[in-house]
Design a protein around this ligand. Sequence first.
Ligand code: CAA
Length: 389
Amino acid sequence: MSSVGIDQISFYTSNYFLDLRTLAQLQSTDPEKFYQGIGQEKMGMAAHDEDIVTMAANAAYPLVQNGEGEQISTVLFATETGIDQSKAAGVYVHRLLGLSNNCRVVELKQACYSATAAVQMACALVARQPGKKVLVVASDVARYDLNTPGEATQGCGAVAMMVTAQPRILSIDPEVGSYTEDVMDFWRPNYRKTALVDGKYSTKIYLKALKKSWEHFRESSSLSFNDFSHFCYHLPFSRMAQKAHQHLARVNKSELTAAELEQQIADTLSYNRIIGNSYTASMYIGLSSLLENCGNNLAGKRIGFFSYGSGCVAEFFSGTVVEGYQDVLFQAQHQAMLDKRQEVSYDEYLNLYEAPDPKDGETHTIEADTQGRFRLAAISHHKREYVVI
Ligand code: CAA
């Protein structure tokens, strides 16, 4: 069977961020707790006219702008910041991107894991119809209550990946290690805008799920820890990946030094440190970060992936970077987007924190603010109105 995997990858985050030094000052906390202790520096804050739909469309636009959307059979939209109990957010994205009416669209949910479910399902669809492409988008706004330990781990972002046969970036291996357990480490009931979390417990369950997924992966894969050059972990905050990687190294009795272990994940963390948690998108923004920031040629290198979704479902899988991958990255566009972001004050942060959520049927127009190509222009008669700028 020909290889299947990621042919293109692009991400988007909002144009605003709060520096965690500002939060530390307000909370009379040592900023090093955030910068070093959890490994985060800034967190993205969506403008009022941005949401999971506009971020996803912005992430996906470079992948379809030259009529390249023609062969897309399916759009899989992964999120845990759903905007509707019924209609899939991807249907709005489908229209904003001008995709074919013969393309199916569906939304997937299982906390931060669902983007990986989407990637695996996309690989299966493409294996069945190798001439077709599947667009996977993952988009989230991470929100916790103010003045809680989770507040410093907020963020927002979206990633878009085109999954095809003979991919130009990453060929994904068929073997997976899965782990599911019914736990309450992080959840968000339908009536809440912010997540509830048992923070310390969630980090323990993450590590347990890593070990269990890895053990299950090893039952079907001949690959061992030493076959991997780099590892991409789900990134709720970058220190979590460092702890996870040290844990996996211990499980495997690895003889690599601390510096060598750090080198295997360091480049995956750069974007997350300044974007914050983007839930479903975060591990794949980590992959972008690795591909775009690693000084060495990664072609032919094996990457290990650990995807974790609270609740919990986790998966370990692997892929090999394809020769010439550098030619299809959107590195310059990503850097330009990150460079033009604006820092907000604490008061501005509080304002952005309250996303528009009118519950009456009146017409609420939303002031133009985003630097992106797509915006939420109004909520009218309970309908969200998206426009191309
Ligand atoms: N200088 C340097 N480091 C400092 C410091 C200072 N002045 N002060 C504290 N630290 C260190 C601490 O020693 C600690 O390090 P270790 O974990 O290595 O011991 C670290 O900073 C964090 O300090 P605390 O443990 O005191 O932090 P906290 O209790 O305030 O919150 C948290 C930490 C529980 C992770 C919290 O941020 C949280 O609840 N986050 C949301 C939940 C989360 O992200 N869970 C991750 C797993 S679940 C998942 O992955 C799904 C998902 O996306 C949510």
